[in-house]
Design a protein around this ligand. Structure first.
Ligand code: RIB
Ligand code: CA
Length: 314
């Protein structure tokens, strides 16, 4: 059964690996990409998304720009992690495809309207602004047509990566995350509780470069940059490809483990803004609104990912 997915993304190195993995996987039908301001500006994440789909050999795949800032707060970026243009480390060609004139929200609405009930999976790899707007604009349509939301985001056992208590995607737009987590749509969260433990294997860059393809060269260059910036910030020799881990859940959920529990988003406190409060031990009567993933078989996952990436361009 082919999984029909929409990828909402802010590329970003790990987003790039997630998108390439999705496009290399016959189990997935990628309907399109929607972009959101996050790692870098909306213009640059959209530019980068087009570069990535072209690199994968899918120049015709739609890339639809969404929100250029969070619902209520100023835009925040992660230039320190992803570099000034968001995919530093490789000498990218300028994309050939012009930017789409259709806004992400309009494209998502028309795509959902045309879809079978319960048939669309959202892979949400950045701040959740676009998804929150969709849920406010057409809640009944979303509940009827969306099969599940798989979101890279959140931190509980690991602590935050962008503030002491919060992970980047949630912290940038906590009000949007509160809307998504409260929507009553099946939600799977792949937090840094899981991804921080899924470091890329030693020698991963060498294996990518050994492809001898543009995809291999781009992935090796991106990984080298991502490891250097990550090492300076977090001190780990290799790096977790957070968003690619989330995409791996869509493909191979059997490699993961977690718990269905209540997760709420802190939107009021300056000190712990954007924290994901996980009722892991069931201490409250709050609804269990999220499958919170904490474990994955990283060696098997990255071995499968490497095999898939080697098949590109399609
Ligand atoms: O905290 C990691 C997340 O924030 C990833 O999605 C990364 O791309 C950034 O968006
Ligand atoms: Ca991302």
């Amino acid at each position: 059964m082919v999984e029909r997915i929409i990828i909402d993304t802010d590329p970003g190195h790990d987003d790039a690996f997630a998108i390439l993995l999705a496009l290399a996987s016959p189990e997935l039908e990628v309907l399109g990409l929607t972009t959101v301001a996050g790692n870098v500006t909306l213009e640059d994440v959209s530019f980068n998304a087009r570069r990535i789909v072209e690199l994968a050999g899918r120049p015709g795949l739609g890339v639809y720009p969404g929100c250029d800032r969070p619902l209520l707060r100023p835009a925040a970026h992660a230039f320190d992690v992803h570099g000034s243009m968001g995919l530093n480390g490789y000498d990218w060609d300028a994309p050939q495809i012009p930017p789409s004139e259709t806004h992400a929200l309009d494209w998502m609405l028309e795509t959902l309207a045309a879809a079978e009930d319960g048939s669309i999976t959202f892979a949400v790899l950045g701040p959740q602004t676009n998804i929150a707007l969709l849920l406010r604009r057409a809640p009944d349509l979303a509940v009827r047509k969306v099969k599940r939301i798989v979101a890279m985001g959140g931190a509980y056992f690991q602590g935050g990566n962008y503030s002491p208590g919060a992970e980047f995607n949630i912290l940038v737009d906590p009000e949007a995350a509160a809307i998504v987590f409260g929507a009553g749509i099946e939600l799977v969260a792949i937090p840094i509780d899981c991804t921080n433990l899924a470091l890329t294997p030693a020698g991963w860059i060498r294996d990518l470069a050994a492809f001898g393809t543009k995809v291999g060269d781009a992935c090796a260059g991106m990984m080298e940059f991502f490891e250097k910036s990550g090492n300076a910030l977090y001190g780990t020799a290799t790096r977790p490809l957070h968003d690619a881990v989330a995409m791996a859940w869509v493909l191979w959920p059997e490699l993961f483990a977690g718990r269905l529990c209540n997760v709420e988003i802190e939107t009021g406190s300056e000190l712990s803004l954007g924290s994901t409060v996980v009722d892991w031990r069931g201490r409250t009567q709050r609804p269990k609104n999220c499958l919170w993933i904490t474990e994955c078989d990283a060696p098997v996952m990255y071995a499968r990912m490497l095999e898939r990436l080697a098949t590109l361009p399609v």
